[in-house]
Design a protein around this ligand. Structure first.
Ligand SMILES: N[C@@H](CCC(=O)N[C@@H](CS)C(=O)NCC(=O)O)C(=O)O
Length: 211
């Protein structure tokens, strides 16, 4: 297997965590999102992923999977142990809701493309861009803080899909200097995950292309 990703990309980070929790270790192919106008925009990479984003996962027989939610669901189906989702359908829906808040409602708003649009096309200052990022992280984290449990990881003593999404989002929040004081449950789950070997190995600072 080959994982095309970028050390500090939130979506690549979440996929690395899911792979590590499942004990799957693909070869890593770094795709630099900034250098040379973004290697992800090259023709060579578009031939692998027509959406020109990371991550992509090439299976051993050559099929390429894209979009971290789809790839993580694939991993859950093909490598069911340890499970990232609980067995109960209502509990599964709750876990997926937290993942969706991050994957659909927070992360897309501070992705490279939209931020560059704010800066370059709409002429917004760095201060305005920072306020934009903080606003969406804060709104999403307020909902997640109300949805996750009081101890352990997001939903109990074992890490699951919600943690796979949450940890990279907290990493991004820290990188963008978004305040976390109002989110003690989120910080608690993050602190626990930071000591877990799968989360440690998936951390941006542990990647071969880290800067
Ligand atoms: N929903 C997609 C998002 C993928 C995505 O947008 N990745 C970012 C890095 S975190 C990217 O490649 N951005 C490049 C760009 O926007 O030009 C996923 O979860 O895989």
């Amino acid at each position: 297997m080959k994982l095309y990703g970028y050390w500090r990309s939130t979506s690549s980070y979440r996929l690395r965590i899911a792979l590590a929790l499942k004990g799957v270790t693909p070869d890593q192919v770094p795709i630099h999102l900034v250098r040379n106008g973004g290697e992800h925009r090259s023709e060579a990479y578009r031939a692998i992923n027509p959406q020109a984003r990371v991550p992509s996962l090439a299976l051993d027989e050559g099929t390429v999977l894209i979009q971290s939610p789809a790839i993580i669901e694939y991993l859950e189906e093909v490598y069911p142990n340890p499970p990232l989702l609980p067995a109960d359908p209502v509990a599964r829906a709750r876990v997926r809701a937290v993942a969706a808040i991050i994957g659909c409602d927070i992360h897309p708003l501070h992705n490279v493309g939209p931020l560059n649009h704010l800066r370059r096309d709409l002429g917004r200052s760095e201060e305005e861009v920072g306020a934009w990022i903080g606003r969406w992280i804060s709104e999403g984290f307020t909902a997640i803080e109300a949805l996750i449990g009081n101890d352990g990881y997001c939903f109990g003593p074992e890490p699951g899909l919600a943690d796979v999404y949450l940890v990279p989002q907290v990493y991004a929040a820290r990188r963008f200097a978004a305040p976390l004081e109002l989110f003690p449950r989120i910080v608690r789950a993050m602190t626990l995950a930071e000591k877990h070997p799968a989360f440690m190995s998936a951390h941006p600072a542990s990647q071969p292309d880290r800067e």
